[in-house]
Ligand binder design. Structure first.
Ligand code: NI
Length: 183
């Protein structure tokens, strides 16, 4: 099933999401549907709140970046209850977009590398250091679980310049090639 994507202005995108355990109903099907939804909208990451669920789960597939970033090779994963517990002091500027913020792409500063622990789809624990595009995608998706979107991370001046556009988007003025909703 392809889910509609919740767009900027939707209250679900501002919620602090809750951890889940292995008893979460039909989790396998949900993960499968999240990948399908992400691919249908040509995204490289999708967090549960973007499809209306306030749980700490996101999926990523960074393999489109393989050619420019070898660390993105085979970077297709499920993250459940992730915790970023270390960030590099070094920050880098990379261009981001978001399926929930259609039509806006901006350069965002974030730590270059992170250490994260998380559970995979089988509830097995992992502890990894990520850098390059994988670190970037994961930090963007992780933000969604805490109610943030990437435009919150922009400089005051960039935010001011985007204020009208984001305000209009929150009121339903947006267009995208995938199924979307707002509430
Ligand atoms: Ni996003």
């Amino acid at each position: 099933m392809i889910y509609p994507i919740y767009i900027y202005g939707s209250s679900i995108l501002r919620k602090e999401c809750k951890e889940i355990d292995a008893t979460y109903p039909e989790l396998g099907k949900l993960i499968e549907d999240m990948f399908a939804t992400m691919y249908a909208s040509e995204g490289v990451g999708l967090a549960a709140p973007q499809i209306g669920k306030d749980i700490r789960l996101f999926v990523v597939d960074g393999t489109p970046f393989e050619d420019v970033d070898p660390t993105a090779k085979d970077f297709k994963k499920v993250f459940i209850n992730p915790e970023i517990y270390e960030e590099s002091e070094e920050e880098v500027l990379m261009n981001e977009g978001c399926l929930s913020v259609p039509g806006i792409h901006e350069d965002v500063y974030r730590p270059e590398s992170i250490r994260i622990n998380y559970l995979d789809e089988n509830f097995e624990e992992h502890d990894e250091e990520l850098t390059g595009w994988p670190a970037r995608i994961v930090q963007h998706e992780y933000d969604h679980l805490d109610g943030f979107v990437f435009t919150d991370r922009l400089s005051t001046i960039r935010k001011t310049l985007l204020r009208n556009k984001l305000g209009a988007m929150a009121k339903g003025k947006y267009s995208c090639a995938y199924r979307a909703k707002q509430k």
